[in-house]
Design a protein around this ligand. Structure first.
Ligand SMILES: Cc1ncc(COP(=O)(O)O)c(C=O)c1O
Length: 395
């Protein structure tokens, strides 16, 4: 048997390696506390589950769903965007429900990439952006996100010849893994850049509803002319604790949405209809669960930030997202620090290098760990010793 090079050349998915490490430790009977994966620990709110169960009982929902999904779901998405961001969308041509955001991210390059084409992707960034570009036969060009530039790409530093070969740019704010946020001035500049080089913009925005201290993230679709050049991919995963149900949406430019719809109608058979009804309930039902979850994440954020600082890691509390991005102490690489945490105190964090070259020097901790585990994990971290540079440990 010979597996295709496009699969053989893929790096192993970051979290598969981390899960394997955790399983190895657990198989030896060791207790491991993981801050590695951004999967909300709290359950989907009960009113959404009730609607799902009810819809599952209806035989009309046992059949193939329509590729474009239920019109009621597309309308619910359009209404949600209007209410939350004051963005108007045509539910038929500018909204496409997805099998989670990852579905859209993984497939959209196939609608745009021809041989020789380039895609601009953030580094560090969600690994699916470059991987799906490469699977579609394109070449990713990595835009550095650095602390000095508040983890926003410096568009002026992209070489002219690259910009001319570029088909699309990925952006993601609130950002995974850095927790950085973007404002409308930045997005307005992105639209101008897109117009100048005839580039499409794909903004991945699954964390706009996970925010702290009264901060309200903006949508790329609020920028002047955003709908002329791009789309936003959103998700119910993090907003409503629905990662397991696999539902998200792409909204924006009708030509881009139309291309994705054509591709997907050839590849998958839609989103299970009972889940579509659950999504309608999530988007149109009571929204107080969002603030309740954010209060919990904010409390956890503060505990994590305090502990990391007390053991000598530099860290800024994020305004949004589920992640704390911490600088590793001098003398460690991100993998060395992650391994040291695991070996010394049985705590798993994600090494920044897994998100790209510029992620080196950082580790990411997710706030999606139940309180009891979080407290235990943090007290274990308190017992961690910096063995590389004992004189510099701040304790
Ligand atoms: C930046 C980013 N985009 C997309 C996704 C995937 O979201 P979904 O569960 O909707 O596929 C994630 C999941 O962690 C993410 O961090």
């Amino acid at each position: 048997m010979k597996i295709a090079r496009r699969i053989e050349n893929l790096p192993p998915y970051l979290f598969v390696e981390i899960i394997n490490k955790i399983n190895e430790k657990r198989a030896k009977g060791e207790e491991v506390i993981s801050f590695a994966i951004g999967d909300p620990d709290m359950p989907t709110p009960p009113h959404i589950i009730e609607r799902l169960c009810q819809a599952a009982q209806d035989p009309a929902n046992h059949r193939y769903p329509e590729a474009a999904s239920l019109p009621e779901l597309r309308q619910a998405v359009a209404k949600w965007y209007k209410k939350r961001f004051d963005v108007s969308l045509d539910a038929d041509s500018e909204v496409l429900p997805l099998i989670g955001a990852k579905d859209g991210i993984a497939h959209i390059p196939f609608c745009f990439i021809d041989p020789g084409d380039v895609a601009l992707v953030p580094d560090p960034g969600y690994p699916v952006y470059p991987v799906s570009t490469m699977l579609a036969g394109g070449t990713p060009y990595y835009m550095s996100l650095t602390k000095e530039n508040k983890y926003l790409p410096d568009l002026n530093s992209i070489p002219e010849d690259i910009a001319k070969k570029t088909k699309f740019m990925w952006l993601n704010y609130p950002n995974n893994p850095t927790g950085a946020v973007a404002n409308l001035d930045f997005f307005n500049g992105v639209v101008e850049y897109a117009r100048k080089y005839n580039i499409s913009i794909f903004h991945d925005a699954p964390y706009t509803e996970v925010a702290f201290d009264d901060y309200k993230p903006v949508s790329f679709m609020q920028a002047d002319g955003a709908n002329d050049v791009g789309i936003e991919i959103h998700s119910l995963s993090k907003t409503y604790n629905m990662t397991g149900w696999r539902i998200g949406m792409a909204v924006g430019n009708a030509e881009i949405i139309g291309a994705l719809k054509t591709l997907k109608s050839n590849l998958d058979s839609g989103i299970p209809q009972a889940i579509q009804y659950a999504a309608i309930e999530a988007l149109t039902g009571p929204q107080d669960c969002i603030q309740q979850h954010n209060d919990i994440y904010q409390r956890r954020r503060d505990l994590v930030v305090d502990m990391l600082r007390s053991i000598g890691l530099e860290v800024e509390p994020p305004k949004a997202s589920l992640y704390v991005w911490a600088k590793v102490p001098e003398g460690y690489t991100s993998i060395e620090l992650a391994n040291d945490f695991l070996e010394q105190v049985g705590v798993v964090v994600t090494p920044g290098i897994g998100y790209g070259k510029n992620g080196e020097g950082y580790v990411r901790l997710s706030l999606t760990i139940p309180d009891a585990g979080l407290v235990k994990g943090l007290s274990r971290l308190a017992g961690w010793r910096n063995t590389k540079n004992k004189f510099r440990t701040k304790r």
